[in-house]
Design a protein around this ligand. Structure first.
Ligand code: ZN
Length: 122
């Protein structure tokens, strides 16, 4: 076992807390948009707003991506692959996970990926 239950529980808590914050933030965004559209009251639209899919469509792109990443990270904690680099299979360092718990790459693979991106961009 690469990561003990205590560490997994710790990161799960960190991720859930971040998810809660994002949902609260996104809800404010959606609420703001709803207020702006109050000249077109449509009870059907309002009802479907409650659904997760519509909610996800209405929130900002950055928030949506982060929410999905956090959900994936929580999924990885459940299936035991959290903290393992998806590229080389090595453990991702604790320090890196602390800084960026949604990461799927170890620092070495991340550097290589970024170097590749820069090369393609040039
Ligand atoms: Zn790696």
């Amino acid at each position: 076992m690469y990561m003990d239950k205590e560490t997994q529980a710790y990161f799960k808590e960190v991720l859930i807390k971040r998810l809660d914050e994002l949902y609260a933030e996104a809800e404010r965004t959606v609420a703001g948009m709803t207020d702006a559209e109050e000249t077109f009251p449509d009870p059907t639209d309002r009802a479907t707003l409650e659904s997760d899919r519509n909610f996800m469509l209405r929130i900002r792109d950055r928030e949506r991506k982060l929410i999905l990443k956090i959900r994936e990270a929580l999924q990885r904690i459940d299936d035991g692959s959290f903290g393992i680099c998806e590229s080389c299979g090595d453990e991702i360092g604790r320090e890196r996970l602390e800084a960026r718990p949604v990461t799927t790459l170890c620092i070495e693979c991340k550097r290589k990926q970024e170097a590749g991106e820069r090369a393609r961009g040039a």
